[in-house]
Ligand binder design. Structure first.
Ligand SMILES: C[S@@+](CC[C@H](N)C(=O)[O-])C[C@H]1O[C@@H](n2cnc3c(N)ncnc32)[C@H](O)[C@@H]1O
Length: 371
């Protein structure tokens, strides 16, 4: 018979109380599969595996309901779930390390009698990722005119436009009065001379009065916000019209619609955990979603841009300008790139993706939300 651990032993090993384990059992989160002769709960290897996953998500601050959805996700297997958990823990570790480094810097500055600017105190919470990867951004990230045309068209007659998460300002319309909002100092510093004025702030607390702009736009940024729904509601509050270019993370075929995530980078799924659904996002602005097909020669090098030019993903500058590659971690990145390189030279990629060659534009889950 399979060996089981008693509830007391499991509690001791995991550093949780027996009461917690009883609670997890009562709500069906981690029900032990056996009882001892004396009636105590007994945990099999499989039960312990599930408990480990639950405790990992608890450590990340997830609620028990959310955890239940994650550990019961029928679309992933145990290895994929472990990878997802690992990616999230790594991300948390990086964030904590960046926070500690920022506090050390401030302590040093204080010791020398230097006051830290308020925006520098905040930036570690809002934009630390772009503080480290932002300088690689302009190499391949620029306006894609066909997507810009859709965004500008959706802005309608708006004369004053707020661009939230503006970065270097790629999609700012040249013929309107634009105000940009961008929390990362590195990104702000890379805005071209003559670009619209830029305010240091995060989407979740826009420093503007209600209805102070004709329109607010946000391009390729919502998934970076700590609280996307709060940010979208803020856009709705400060503007009469809202236009958002983003990604539909909720549809079931999300990994399969792009060969890169389907065949080389399954870790992408881990990055989508906790993202709001398209329905929640459109509800937050009171709008509707329209698909945006990505042209085969897309000029803006975002993650999906090179779907018909696979060799581009082998180039370091292409990957460095896209946060996904940093977020999945160096091991997953290396494995994906090596495997893609092999498949390109063996002809396997071409054989698997021969349908793509005849397409001029692809549906890869990008959406324009308009309200
Ligand atoms: C992929 S870039 C997009 C920049 C620009 N919109 C574009 O299309 O080129 C994402 C931007 O979101 C910014 N960002 C991160 N967290 C944010 C937040 N909480 N509020 C507003 N912007 C944020 C980042 O600093 C970064 O500049």
């Amino acid at each position: 018979m399979e060996e089981h651990l008693t509830v007391g032993r499991v509690a001791e090993l995991a550093g949780v109380s027996v009461r917690t384990l009883h609670h997890y059992d009562e709500i069906g989160l981690v029900p032990p599969s056996a009882r001892t002769a004396t009636g105590y709960r007994a945990y099999s290897a499989g039960d312990v595996e599930r408990l480990r996953e639950v405790l990992g998500y608890r450590r990340l601050g997830f609620g028990l309901r959310e955890i239940a959805d994650l550990v019961d996700d029928p679309t992933t297997d145990a290895v994929a779930r472990l990878r997802r958990l690992r990616g999230l823990l790594q991300e948390q570790r990086d964030r904590l390390a960046a926070t500690v480094a920022a506090i050390d810097e401030e302590l040093e500055a204080r010791a020398m009698g230097i006051r830290t600017e308020p925006e520098d105190q905040l930036k570690v919470f809002g934009a630390q990722l772009y503080e480290s990867i932002g300088s690689a951004y302009p190499a391949t990230r620029r306006t894609e005119r066909r997507i810009a045309a859709r965004i500008w068209d959706a802005l309608g007659e708006a004369r004053t436009v707020l661009n939230v998460g503006a970065g270097t300002g790629s999609y700012e319309p040249p013929d309107r009065e634009v105000t940009a909002v961008e929390p990362s100092a590195v990104m702000r510093a890379q805005r071209p001379a003559g670009a619209a004025p830029c305010v240091a702030a995060g989407a979740e607390r826009l420093p503007f009065a209600d209805q102070s702009f004709d329109a607010a736009m946000a391009v390729s940024t919502v998934h970076h916000w700590a609280d996307p729904i709060a940010g979208l509601r803020e856009m709705r509050r400060v503007a009469r019209r809202v236009v958002v270019f983003t990604y539909d993370a909720g549809s079931p075929g999300r990994l399969d619609r792009f060969w890169l995530t389907r065949d080389y980078l399954p870790e992408f799924a881990g990055l989508l955990v906790g993202w709001p659904s398209l329905a929640d996002m459109t509800r937050a602005i009171g709008g509707r979603a329209q698909p945006v097909l990505i042209p085969w020669d897309c000029a803006d090098g975002f993650f999906e841009a090179h779907w018909r030019r696979p060799e581009a993903y082998l180039e370091d500058p292409v990957r460095r300008a896209v946060s996904v590659w940093t977020r999945v971690g160096p091991q997953a990145e290396q494995r994906a790139v090596d495997s893609l390189r092999d498949d390109l030279s063996s002809g396997r990629w071409a054989a698997r993706n021969r349908d793509l060659v005849s397409l001029d534009a692809a549906e890869l889950g990008l959406r324009l939300l308009v309200a």
